[in-house]
Design a protein. Structure first.
Length: 285
């Protein structure tokens, strides 16, 4: 059973082996008893009469031991298969998470390079400043690739780099307010999770209006969850809240599903000319 495990349609192999071994055992026992008690005719006659019972006991013992071994090694093989399956699923999940992050970064990079190109002729100092900020931002991205989780304080510092770049792009039109409870600063979340949410808010809030806007980011701790809320204004006459649920938010939702197997961790709603995105991150990581 250790080196060969018959499948369901071949379990009769186990019965055949038990049958053959029981026959061999009975023959060996009769030869040994005949050699030891060859002058004890009454005992040898008893042995002959009890051969059927002896064979039945031997068959049952061998059959039970074979089935126990079969069960033991089948469970061992199943555990190894489950471990390989889990490892394969984890590799696939990590590959998809990496792909999602790689899809987001070029989108932001292209926008930034276009803005730098536009500023070079008219505002070279601002263009130079934006190049440095973009360099710091991308350097932080490379460092974060190896970290599975970061605390909120570190994520907000990284988010500030992104917002500084966006403020160079949009100038006085964009302002931000960040509110963070002290107790939530050390709570954990996947790295680079908030950037696409804020990018979505900037795009949704600025692209359809010429007015100045303020984006509010609030973080709090509730029932062992880190809750981050991002609010941006929108003009109901020129934009639709449905446009605010594009690739950025869908990628965040997909990342959280891959990490926590839940689809209810990203919520969006529109009320009082505000588009509100709430992201919840469980802390049982």
């Amino acid at each position: 059973m250790r080196y060969y495990l018959p499948r369901q349609e071949k379990y009769w192999y186990v019965l055949t082996i038990s049958f053959g071994l029981a026959c061999m055992w009975l023959i060996i026992v009769r030869v040994i008893l005949w050699a030891l008690f060859k002058h004890e005719n009454p005992y040898l006659e008893l042995v002959n009469r009890s051969s059927t019972i002896r064979y039945g006991i031997a068959f049952l013992m061998l059959g039970c031991m074979a089935m126990m071994c079969l069960l033991w090694f089948t469970q061992k093989e199943q555990k190894e298969m489950d471990a390989r399956k889990i490892e394969a699923e984890n590799l696939a999940k990590e590959a998809e998470l990496f792909k999602l992050r790689q899809q987001l970064q070029p989108h932001f990079l292209f926008n930034s390079l276009n803005s730098i190109s536009a500023l070079v002729g008219t505002q070279p100092e601002q263009a130079r400043k934006m190049v440095h900020q973009l360099s710091d931002f991308l350097r932080g991205t490379l460092k974060k690739e190896e970290n599975q989780l970061v605390n909120l304080e570190e994520e907000l510092e990284y988010l500030e780099l992104y917002l500084d770049i966006e403020k160079v792009r949009f100038g006085h039109r964009l302002s931000t307010v960040v509110e963070c409870e002290e107790g939530s600063k050390q709570m954990k979340l996947p790295p680079l999770l908030l950037q696409p949410v804020v990018e979505n808010a900037i795009k949704f809030g600025l692209y359809d209006t010429r007015d100045d806007i303020t984006i509010r980011i609030a973080a709090s701790s509730k029932n062992n969850y880190l809750e981050v809320t991002v609010e941006n204004p929108f003009d109901p006459e020129t934009s639709s809240p449905k446009k605010g649920t594009g690739f950025g938010l869908s990628s965040v939702q997909r990342r959280l599903y891959l990490l926590f197997a839940r689809n209810d961790l990203v919520e969006t709603k529109a009320e009082n000319n505000l588009f509100i995105t709430k992201v919840k991150i469980p802390q049982s990581l």
